[in-house]
Design a binder for this molecule. Structure first.
Ligand code: DQA
Length: 145
């Protein structure tokens, strides 16, 4: 069984992009951290990143039939994309929304999310550790007897 960890625009630059906000860890480090936890539960991780809304939607559609859960950091699309929300709403599996920074302590336009109210859980402001925590929770949920 596979968990999808999907990442939106500009997160390919994680580690070099505004490190005072997002830290120095890269998306590769995130993948390692999530895969390590998932392996404790006998699960696999597929981590993807795209700067394109449509590509993220295609991966969400793929997740519908091939994943047991989704962790998503939609990045800026969090605050703009009804299309990503609609795609996620078709997925009948646990869904966790992760933000590296505490979006609620930042600009007002980051306070609203199109995903939060359809998510199983939301993590913000825990740095990249948020992905690992979400992975642990998701794995616990999907392997619970
Ligand atoms: C982010 C927060 C968003 O507001 C921003 O557009 C991002 C990253 C985060 O992980 O903190 O690109 O999702």
């Amino acid at each position: 069984k596979t968990i999808f960890v999907l990442n939106g625009p500009n997160l390919n630059l994680l580690g070099v992009r505004q490190p005072h906000i997002y830290g120095y860890d890269t998306l590769d480090d995130v993948k390692k951290g999530c895969a390590e936890v998932a392996s404790e539960f006998g699960l696999d991780v597929r981590l993807e990143q795209s700067n394109w809304e449509g590509q993220l939607i295609d991966w969400i559609h793929e997740a519908r039939t091939t994943a047991c859960g989704i962790i998503i950091n939609p990045a800026a699309f969090t605050h703009t994309s009804v299309a990503i929300r609609d795609a996620l709403a078709t997925c009948e599996m646990p869904l966790f929304e992760v933000h590296i920074s505490n979006v609620h302590a930042r600009e007002a336009f980051r306070h609203h999310s199109y995903v939060s109210d359809i998510a199983t859980g939301v993590i913000a402001g825990f740095g990249v550790e948020g992905y690992v925590l979400a992975t642990r929770r998701l794995c616990g949920l999907v392997t619970k007897p």
